[in-house]
Write a protein that binds this ligand. Structure first.
Ligand code: UD1
Length: 359
C-alpha cells in the first residue's frame, strides 16, 4: 500500500508528522512526502521538519509565493506529473491551505483516492480563502477525517455520505503532546513572568492599513498593562513596513520554531491571535485565547475551550483581557478525542480501507 502525503505551509507540518509516524509503524506501508514549497523560508518550513522529526520530502515542487490563482495553478501543474509517476493508492492532504485544495483537485481528475485530514471545519465566511479551500477539498475527498462532531454535522449538511466521514480527533494535539515535554524544558530568557503572546497574519486583518492600524493601537494599549511578545509572520512584518506602522514598543520576533512557540504558548497569560490552529492548541493547554476574528471554523474552542471571539472590537478585547487578568477567565474543558491518538485512528482506517482496494 502506497500513501502519498502533500504538505505546503507551516500549519500542515504539525498535522502530517504524527500521521507519517503512525503509518510508518504499520507493515506493508510505503510512504512518499511531497512538499509544494508554498512556505519556503527556513523558519517557516525546515525548522519544523527538524523539530517534528519529519523526513526530508521526497519531492519539493518549489512553487513559492504568488496570487491565489497563480500559486494554486502552479502547484497543480507541478504536482500532476509527480502523482502520475508515483501512482499512490491514496493521497493524504491536510488542513485548508492552497496546497491542500490544489492536490485534491489534481487527484480527483486522475481518479486517485484522496483523504482529507481536518475535514468539515467551516467558518461560513467565504471571504476567507481557506473557507473556499475547505469546501472544495471536502467535496472531492474520498475519506474525510474530522476532529469534532460539529465538523461531521457540516459535512452531512453538504451532502457528504456518512460512510466517508471518520471522527478521529485532532492530529495537531498528537504533535503537541509528543513535544510538550521538550517545550516545558525550554528556558525562556528575558521575558517577564506574565505576558501576552500575539500572532497575526490573516489577510483580512493585515492587508488593510486601516484594520492593521486599529489592531496595532489595541495591542499597544494591551502592552501598557501586559507585555506583548509577537512572533511576526513574514506577511505581517511586510505590511507593517508597507503601511509605515511603528510597532517598536512590542517585542517583535521572527517566526518561531514549533517547540519554542509551544514553550511560549504554554506559559503565556493570554494568547491573542487570528490563527486557526492556535485557538485549538491554547484550548488544549488551557491558556485563555482572545481571537481577533468575527467567526471561527473551530467553534468547539469557544463552546468548550478557552477561546473568546473579540473581532476587531478594542472595547471587547479590553473587557475580556481584564477578566483574565483578574482571574475570571472562562471555565473550559478539552474536546473529546483530542487525546494524542488521532493519527493512530487515521492509520487504522487508511490501512483497512486502502489495504483492501490496493490488494
Ligand atoms: C498560508 C495559509 C493560511 C495559514 C498560513 C500559515 C493559504 C490560503 N493560506 O497563508 O491558511 O494560516 O499559511 O502561515 O494557503 N512568505 C514568506 N516566506 C515563507 C512563506 C510566505 O516570506 O516561507 C510570504 C509570501 O511571500 C507571501 C506571504 O508570506 O507574500 C503569504 O504567504 P502565502 O503562502 O501566500 O500565505 P500565508 O499568508 O502564509
Amino acid at each position: 500500500m502506497h500513501i502519498l502525503h502533500v504538505v505546503g505551509a507551516r500549519p500542515n507540518f504539525m498535522k502530517v508528522a504524527p500521521v507519517l509516524h503512525a503509518l510508518g509503524k504499520r507493515a506493508g506501508v510505503r510512504q512518499t512526502l511531497v512538499h509544494t514549497g508554498q512556505h519556503y523560508d527556513a523558519n517557516m518550513s525546515d525548522v519544523f521538519f527538524e523539530q517534528l522529526g519529519i523526513p526530508a520530502p521526497d519531492v519539493n515542487l518549489g512553487v513559492g509565493a504568488g496570487t491565489h490563482a497563480r500559486q494554486t495553478a502552479e502547484i497543480m501543474s507541478r504536482f500532476e506529473p509527480v502523482v502520475l509517476e508515483y501512482k499512490p493508492d491514496l493521497v493524504l492532504v491536510y488542513g485548508d491551505v492552497n496546497s491542500t485544495v490544489a492536490a485534491a483537485l489534481v487527484c480527483a481528475k486522475l481518479l486517485i483516492r484522496v483523504g482529507h485530514v481536518e475535514a468539515g471545519l467551516r467558518s461560513f465566511d467565504r471571504t476567507m480563502p481557506e473557507e473556499i479551500n475547505r469546501l472544495v477539498t471536502d467535496q472531492l475527498a474520498d475519506l474525510l477525517f474530522t476532529h469534532s462532531e460539529d465538523a461531521d454535522v457540516n459535512l452531512h449538511h453538504e451532502g457528504v455520505v456518512a460512510e466517508k466521514i471518520h471522527l478521529v480527533g485532532n492530529v495537531m494535539i498528537d504533535s503537541l503532546l509528543r513535544l510538550l515535554p521538550a517545550a516545558e524544558k525550554r528556558p525562556i530568557d528575558g521575558l517577564p513572568q506574565r505576558y501576552a503572546l500575539v500572532t497575526l497574519h490573516r489577510p483580512s486583518n493585515v492587508d488593510s492599513s486601516e484594520k492593521l492600524k486599529g489592531i496595532l493601537s489595541s495591542l499597544l494599549e494591551v502592552n501598557r498593562e501586559l507585555g506583548i511578545v509577537f512572533p511576526a509572520h513574514p506577511r505581517t512584518r511586510q505590511r507593517l513596513q508597507d503601511f509605515g506602522l511603528n510597532a517598536d514598543q512590542l517585542r517583535i520576533l521572527d517566526p518561531l520554531p514549533y517547540i519554542d512557540f509551544l514553550a511560549l504558548q504554554k506559559r503565556a497569560t493570554v494568547v491573542i491571535t487570528d490563527s486557526g490552529g492556535i485557538q485549538e492548541e491554547s484550548t488544549f493547554l488551557r491558556v485563555p485565547c482572545l481571537t481577533l476574528r468575527e467567526n471561527t471554523e473551530r467553534p468547539i474552542t469557544v463552546s468548550l475551550g478557552t477561546n473568546v471571539l473579540v473581532g476587531q472590537d478594542a472595547g471587547r478585547l479590553r473587557t475580556e483581557l481584564n477578566k483574565i487578568l483578574h482571574g475570571e477567565a472562562k471555565q473550559s474543558s478539552v474536546p473529546p478525542l483530542w487525546d494524542g491518538l488521532a493519527s493512530e485512528r487515521i492509520a487504522d482506517i487508511v490501512q483497512n480501507q486502502t489495504g483492501k482496494s490496493a490488494d
